[in-house]
Design a protein around this ligand. Structure first.
Ligand code: 5AD
Ligand code: SF4
Length: 468
């Protein structure tokens, strides 16, 4: 769970957008209201896309004149930006929303909003009206850009204002309250066309739509001019970006802006092209790191997941990436206990993890999602088997991670410093070019700067370093 903190910059992307002009009228009207909420708090669940959407919500609220409240329970308006990829994220969000109903007993002015993927889920809108009638405002990702208008309606209504919408649309010109000054998310596309059989994303976020290259380049140039050191390009499958060019073409253009560091998230192995691998090898500012979700190591499981690549073709791409970008930082997503997964198929995943040697991995137990094909598949794996398998996977990954991270020891790195280390106030931590987290001696002065270091050791999932 992440929380939006107040920061200074409110940036406009491209102000000519008509829909945003209409929304700005609402923003101005709300700002002029005397009895509107004065403070807000955003709670974010899920992925980077959601974190970036929360920055847009915070941006709009700031423009309406509300200020950030670090304390959730004393804010006048609390909004939960939800995720529905796995059941536990959904349950946590609904649990917290219910808790706020109690808080309202001591703070009767409290307004509660719920937004994000969960609202787009089939049947959720009805459930909200039936069970969560105390919510003031609920809206899906597809209508995020209409938040000012919906907020206005909620201020003038005594029952829940609910707007689900259809497909997510690409709207330029939303105000953004960025979390950090040195780092920025840049959304390049929305939606997904892949329909992996376990995944709810295509149903809630709709089909792929890409932004124009020109708008993206302009946004990145502005960020560069404002002192941003690193951008992360966002999309459910950035490799299939198809604005007025391909993803490798976009990367080449962004490389030329001279913004110091470019990362992207997330990729689908079937769409990782040789052209992209070439660009990774040739560009100056695209960082030597790649997040390449594998999900499983068994061809039969990959087929039933509808992933459309094989273990062999995945390993070949890893090999080509390592050839083009020596020492590249590799990370992945792995899901265990897909319906019907046998011990042998699970072992295929374990030995793929052993073979690749990832710098880190997000590990998940399969969670059935209503409306997806996998939900109806036979032989769902019992929880006690999943618990045992996930532990074996985590143990192996922890061991391999420590081993592969040793390749950095004795080498120079450049670290974008994010903050003071939690363990030692004389140390700061941040991320190296390969994506691995690094701790080094430093002070508050270093935050937001790129510092040259020499890596000296590996401690659990972090590198330690001295300054050069
Ligand atoms: N159950 C468990 N994990 C899932 N993911 C997506 N859908 C599910 C699900 N139903 C994981 C995948 C994906 C990551 C973002 O979330 O590993 O790559
Ligand atoms: Fe979900 Fe697959 Fe699309 Fe990723 S590529 S969002 S896992 S359907």
């Amino acid at each position: 769970m992440q929380e939006i903190t107040a920061s200074q910059s409110v940036a406009y992307l491209s102000p000519e957008d008509e829909e945003m002009e209409r929304q700005r009228e609402y923003i101005r009207s709300i700002r002029d209201l005397t009895d509107r909420p004065q403070t807000y708090h955003v709670v974010t669940y899920g992925c980077q896309m959601n974190a970036h959407d929360s920055e847009k919500i915070a941006g709009m609220l700031e423009e309406m004149g509300l200020t950030y409240s670090p304390e959730r329970d004393s804010a006048d308006f609390v909004i939960f930006n939800t995720c529905c990829v796995r059941d536990n994220a959904e349950r946590r969000a609904l649990g917290n929303v219910t808790w706020l109903k109690e808080v309202r007993k001591t703070n009767p002015k409290l307004m509660i909003g719920v937004c994000g993927c969960m609202i787009q889920e089939p049947g959720m809108a009805e459930k909200i009206i039936r069970q969560y009638g105390f919510i003031d405002l609920a809206f899906g990702t597809a209508v995020l850009h209409r938040f000012p208008e919906l907020f206005w309606s909620a201020l003038h209504s005594d029952h829940v204002v609910l707007e689900v919408g259809g497909q997510d649309s690409v709207v330029e010109g939303m105000p953004v309250q960025r979390l950090r000054q040195d780092f920025a998310y840049v959304s390049i596309m929305q939606g997904c066309n892949n329909f992996c059989t376990y995944c709810i994303v295509p149903y809630v976020r709709g089909r792929e739509r890409s932004r124009n290259m020109r708008d993206i380049v302009r946004e990145v140039e502005k960020l560069r001019d404002g002192g941003v050191q690193e951008i992360m390009l966002l999309g459910q499958n950035v490799n299939s970006y198809s604005g007025d060019g391909t993803f490798p073409e976009l990367l080449r253009q962004l490389d030329q802006t001279g913004i110091p560091r470019i990362r992207f998230m997330t990729s689908h192995p079937k769409d990782l092209s040789s052209e992209l691998i070439r660009v990774m090898g040739e560009s100056q500012h695209v960082l030597p790191q790649f997040h390449l979700p594998v999900q499983a190591g068994s061809n039969e499981i990959l087929r039933r997941m509808n992933r459309r690549y094989t273990r062999e073709s995945y390993l070949e791409k890893v090999h080509l990436l390592r050839e083009a970008v020596p020492g590249i930082g590799l990370t992945t997503d792995i899901m265990i206990s897909f319906p019907g997964e046998t011990e042998e198929q699970f072992l295929d995943t374990l030995n793929l993890v052993d073979e690749v040697g990832y710098d880190s991995a997000f590990t998940f137990i399969y969670s059935p999602r209503t409306g997806t094909p996998a939900e109806k598949m036979p032989d769902q794996v019992p929880p006690e088997v999943s618990k045992e398998r996930i532990q074996r996977l985590i143990d192996l990954q922890t061991k391999r991670q420590m081993e592969v991270m040793r390749r950095f020891v004795g080498s120079p790195e450049e670290v974008l410093v994010e903050g003071i280390s939690r363990r030692n106030l004389q140390e700061v931590s941040g991320r190296g070019r390969h994506g691995v987290s690094v701790t080094l001696p430093g002070t508050e002065e270093d935050i937001g700067k790129i510092v040259k270091v020499l890596v000296t050791d590996v401690k659990q999932n972090t590198l330690t370093a001295t300054r050069l």
